[in-house]
Ligand binder design. Structure first.
Ligand code: 13P
Length: 244
């Protein structure tokens, strides 16, 4: 069973979110995979209510590392937990690039998410320049080691490999290239988490579409997908979620 996560980014009002879930549920009734949705903060609670008992996990796209405090515009892990979030994306490349999040900040967020009982989905991936410069392994190693610095060895965490050059560009990594990166990530995970590292799901993200998901899921260490654009439409997201 794979894990398919939809990342809505800054799309969908509460009303649109509810409409989406109503349309999605009948399409994934015999779904072979776990379906998770990462929604805007304002839609968290309505999505949780709408998806209750229907096997779809609802989560958030970011959180602050502090428990509480004078941080205007931020949201704390405990607030997400109470709102019903079961997981949170952390260190997405858009957060790293646009909002200048560092590996150190991301590590603190991962630690806090685990502390409040939310599954962290750590996002890692190299830029186009880094790949062209042959630095992708170094980048992945640094982002994984540092991002999981505060995670206990037996923690339940998820890793998402999202090469930055494949996000929103339509240039999906070939299954072979993605698989090579996943095998490398697996090595880092086992050296960091020991035996637990063997079972940590590694998801691929970056221009995943209904017609490309199947080839990805056939690869050994690709345990699911993190889907952006194609998760905004219930039909295309369901087609991805139903892939075997
Ligand atoms: P796209 O699927 O739109 O390329 O986005 C991927 C992504 O950033 C998911 O987190």
């Amino acid at each position: 069973m794979s894990i398919i996560i939809g990342n809505w980014k800054m799309y969908k009002t509460r009303h649109q979110a509810v409409e989406f879930i109503k349309a999605l549920l009948p399409l994934i009734q015999n779904c072979p995979n776990e379906v998770w949705l990462s929604v805007p903060f304002t839609s968290l609670q309505v999505c949780v209510e709408e998806a209750k008992g229907k096997g779809v996990k609802i989560g958030a796209q970011n959180m602050n590392e502090a428990s509480e405090g004078a941080f205007t515009g931020e949201i704390a892990g405990q607030m997400l937990k109470e709102g019903g979030a079961e997981f949170v994306l952390l260190g997405h490349s858009e957060r790293r690039k646009i909002f200048h999040e560092t590996d150190e900040m991301i590590a603190a967020k991962v630690g806090k998410a685990l502390e409040v009982g939310i599954t962290p989905v750590l996002c890692v991936g190299e830029t186009e320049e880094e790949r062209e410069g042959g630095e992708e392994k170094e980048v992945l190693q640094r982002q994984i080691f540092q991002g999981f610095q505060k995670a206990p060895k037996d923690a339940y965490v998820i890793l998402a490999y999202e090469p930055v050059w494949a996000i929103g560009t339509g240039k999906m990594a070939t299954p072979k290239l993605a698989a090579e990166a996943h095998v490398f990530c697996r090595k880092i995970l086992t050296s960091h988490f020991g035996k637990n590292g063997k079972s940590i799901p590694i998801l691929y993200g970056g221009s995943v579409k209904p017609d490309t998901i199947q080839a990805l899921l056939k690869e050994n260490d690709i345990n699911g997908a993190l889907v952006g654009g194609a998760s905004l439409d219930p039909k295309s997201f369901a087609a991805i979620a139903n892939a075997r």
